[in-house]
Design a binder for this molecule. Structure first.
Ligand SMILES: Cc1ncc(COP(=O)(O)O)c(C=O)c1O
Ligand SMILES: N[C@@H](CCCC[NH3+])C(=O)O
Length: 433
């Protein structure tokens, strides 16, 4: 998010979705996770319009691991998108939201028997098979339920995306998917084609997350189209859908310069048409699974300023009332974020601080070297672009309750996940006696 694009009212307060951020914290407290729903819708529409213009047949499936809650699945459904889930818990949440199971894809490198049963019983649209063990498990579930289902095969294309090592997934040395280069993927297709209860509607690959360039996607399209031609010739099978996964990067700081959805899609469409010509393969339908690009720019984490530590000749530590429990990304990936003093947006920048969390870890620093106006306890910090993999990876570390999540739109605020209480923290505990 470009800081210049932030909305500020006459009081110098940050405004989110038409609501003054200081009013949100008066009503709901801090730390607080806020989503500007109009931004979610706008991000979705950018992908939709780019795909519409490409002339391809397409489907957008929101990668709900980026942020999953009943209200979020409702918005995704309202916008007419599919969603992907990676666990029984995400599937359960989507179903509770009334999300149509037929528009869900079920991912995961180690789905349990119970999860596969849940997916089959609820008629999930497509199960994305990840390994040979799972083919066997699913076959048994389908036989036991005397039913059939649509599947995709997740492939490991041997493409190393330019991003943090922890969020690369397309390289050969990966826990996900059937390896293409060694022939594993071809064996998997042969195996599944022989199972009458499974229909392969397409193939899937996801090369990684927070990707800025289009090269990895172009290589992926070329590789999957070459593979489609090879399977057409050898197995008389051509996948009807290429699911290219997600990974579309967003700008967290001024140093980030990602492509727009339109750029990504235009390059993907060009690579696809070229490869279709080259291999004389019919243009497949294209599915994408953006997570971060849909919710990341829509999210804000609001914190109250508390203690401060000044150290001679060193950068001071300014601590807030949240941290790695509500956003582990800085500690886990050295992720960078921008943050502002949300109740003094017009004040001049006066100092550089380390914005520290309250957790009992030296690594719990949300932003290193953050330029801010001079602040005092009780001031309000807004961290920007926190909507993806923030709340969804939140924990109760140090027995801190997880924050509330608020949706704001058209000047109205609504609690969509309530704040945890201390009572919630001991809800699952039992006395030992
Ligand atoms: C299979 C799959 N699809 C989609 C995504 C979403 O990625 P992103 O949030 O980077 O768009 C992921 C996560 O990296 C994933 O593993
Ligand atoms: N959780 C990661 C990305 C998701 C990886 C999922 N395959 C992040 O915060 O960047």
């Amino acid at each position: 998010m470009d800081k210049q694009a932030l909305r500020v009212n006459e009081q110098g307060h940050l405004v989110l979705g038409g609501v003054d951020a200081t009013r949100l914290v008066q009503a709901y407290g801090t730390p607080l996770v806020v989503y500007d729903v109009a931004v979610i819708r706008q991000q979705i529409q950018e992908f939709q319009s780019a795909l519409r213009h490409s002339g391809l047949r397409y489907q957008i499936s929101y990668a709900s691991k980026a942020f999953a809650a009943v209200a979020m699945y409702q918005v995704i459904d309202e916008e007419g998108l599919h969603a992907d889930v990676v666990s029984g818990g995400e599937l359960y949440t989507a179903l509770q939201a009334g999300f149509p199971a037929s528009n869900l894809s079920f991912h995961g490198n180690n789905k349990s028997l119970a999860e596969l049963e849940m997916a089959v019983e609820n008629h999930v649209g497509v199960i994305v098979l990840d390994n040979f063990h799972e083919i066997d498990l699913l076959r048994r579930v389908l036989l036991a339920h005397k039913t059939s289902c649509n599947v995709m095969l997740r492939l490991t294309p041997g493409i190393t995306a330019h991003t943090h090592r922890y969020i690369q997934t397309g390289q050969v040395d990966s826990k996900f998917g059937f390896d293409v280069d060694s022939g594993q993927a071809t064996r998997a297709v042969q195996e599944v084609l022989a199972i009458p209860q499974m229909t392969i509607i397409g193939i899937h690959a996801h090369i990684g997350s927070q990707i800025f360039g289009v090269t990895g996607f172009e290589l992926l399209v070329k590789k999957l189209m070459a593979l489609s031609a090879q399977w057409r010739d050898q197995l008389d099978f051509t996948p009807g859908i290429l699911n290219l996964g997600g990974g579309f990067g967003i700008a967290y700081t001024a140093a980030d310069d990602p492509l727009t959805p339109a750029d990504f899609i235009q390059h993907i469409a060009m690579a696809l048409r070229e490869a279709a010509d080259q291999h004389q393969v019919a243009l497949p339908e294209i599915w994408i699974e953006p997570g971060r690009a849909i919710v990341g720019p829509a999210g804000y984490n609001l914190y109250s300023v508390g203690s401060r530590k000044d150290i001679p000749n060193l950068t001071p530590y300014l601590s807030v009332d949240g941290g790695m429990g509500d956003n582990i990304r800085p500690a886990l990936y050295h992720a960078k974020y921008a943050a502002v003093l949300a109740n003094k947006m017009d004040a001049p920048t006066q100092e550089t601080v380390h914005l520290a969390g309250k957790y009992c870890e030296s690594g719990d620093v949300l932003v290193d070297h953050l330029a801010l106006p001079r602040s005092e306890p009780g001031d309000l910090i807004a961290m920007l672009d926190t909507g993806a993999y923030g709340y969804s990876m939140a924990s109760n570390y140090n027995r801190n309750p997880r924050p509330a999540v608020i949706f704001v739109e058209d000047g109205l605020a609504k609690v969509v996940v309530r704040r945890e209480t201390y009572a919630d923290l001991v809800r699952l505990d039992a006395r030992y006696e």
